[in-house]
Design a binder for this molecule. Structure first.
Ligand code: ZN
Length: 353
């Protein structure tokens, strides 16, 4: 198996990683982060599990990374993503893991966010000889497929000289993620048509590397089950249509599983056979982080009300020190990710070493 250097992967190294995932029928968790606590927890979890990892920021996560108080929220979304990326470039090597750095859903009104990130990335590439991010996502699944592919093609053309890839989305994934998403949609729109996947391949493959989030009944976030049925065979049919029409080998597409939180484990496992190399996880890790801190606060309630115990006079500093309870959140996030590495079968499969 081809080996990778630890650090942020891009270009050929990224594609080496994708190939290993698809050939080995495993996928990498793509974890949304919002600050150094979640970011470091993800790197720690990947290192402990000897898995490579995808770290991504939504626009809201990027804004939060720069600080909610920054007046210019657009600028915060750009600079927050840049700042987080620099943190990963500096530290991923030390954790000894290969990291794919990515930005999550950008719908039509967020296209300027991506364009500005690429402008930043162009300067970064000039200075360093490698890109700031491995890939960006453009989610124009709510637009017509023509508009979706036209804009995605334009963005991909900007990224190819930087050795970057694009992720696009076809079909509507239900639910809501970071304010991006839809609540009321036709049921049949929840399933991407293989013909549309072929159309995307024909537009984008000649330009550069792309990955594709196809809807197969998946839902962003965690909702009551029962509304839609996960149908991984849609992924299989899409792979087969593109392979047979274009004369390509097995599983030619690099597919992405959105809305993985709360999905049935057997459907996750099945999708790994159909070229899925990435599964987004956000809602479940958010809950793990919050749940552990909630338990800690409950167990140490007094320390969160009084700096010094009102009767004994004992200082509570050891309990309310943010490092103590933020660490509880990090540890719980790592524990939830341990489960994801097993579900996605990526534990022990790092290409670094
Ligand atoms: Zn999506």
């Amino acid at each position: 198996m081809a080996k990778l250097e630890p650090g942020v992967v891009w270009g050929d190294q990224y594609q080496t990683l994708l190939r290993a995932c698809k050939e080995g029928a495993y996928a990498l968790p793509a974890v949304n982060i919002v600050g150094t606590n979640s970011l470091n927890a993800v790197m720690e979890a990947a290192a402990k599990n000897k898995s490579d990892i995808i770290i991504q920021l939504s626009n809201g996560g990027a804004q939060f990374f720069a600080g909610k108080g920054m007046e210019d929220s657009h600028k915060a979304k750009v600079l927050g993503a840049v700042s987080a990326a620099q943190h990963v470039h500096l530290l991923a090597k030390e954790y000894g893991i290969a990291v794919v750095l990515h930005t999550d859903h950008a719908n039509k009104k967020l296209v300027p966010w991506i364009d500005d990130l690429i402008t930043y990335g162009e300067q970064y590439f000039k200075d360093h000889g490698y890109p700031l991010f491995t890939s960006h996502m453009i989610d124009l699944s709510e637009e017509t497929i023509e508009d979706n592919l036209e804009t995605s093609a334009r963005i991909l053309k900007r990224m190819v000289p930087l050795g970057m890839s694009i992720e696009i989305e076809l079909g509507v994934t239900g639910g809501e993620e970071d304010g991006v998403g839809s609540d009321e949609i036709d049921n049949d729109k929840l399933y991407t048509q293989p013909e549309e996947v072929l159309q995307a391949y024909e537009v984008l493959a000649p330009i550069g590397h792309f990955s594709l989030a196809a809807s197969f009944g998946n839902v962003h976030g965690v909702y009551k089950p029962g509304n839609v049925e996960l149908r991984p065979e849609i992924l299989k049919n899409s792979q087969e249509l593109v392979a047979s029409t274009k004369g390509l080998g097995h599983n030619p597409l690099d597919l992405v599983f959105h809305g993985g939180s709360g999905s049935e484990k057997d459907k996750i496992a099945e999708s790994l056979n159909y070229g899925v190399f990435k599964m987004n996880i956000d809602t479940d890790t958010q809950f793990a982080f919050a749940h552990a801190i909630g338990e800690y606060v409950e167990a140490n309630a007094d320390a969160f009300k009084h700096q010094i115990h009102p009767e004994t006079g004992e200082p509570h500093k050891k309990q309310y020190d943010p490092r103590v309870w933020l660490r509880k959140g990090e540890e719980a996030m790592i524990e939830r990710l341990n489960e994801a590495f097993i579900d996605l079968r990526s534990a022990g499969k790092t290409l670094v070493g």
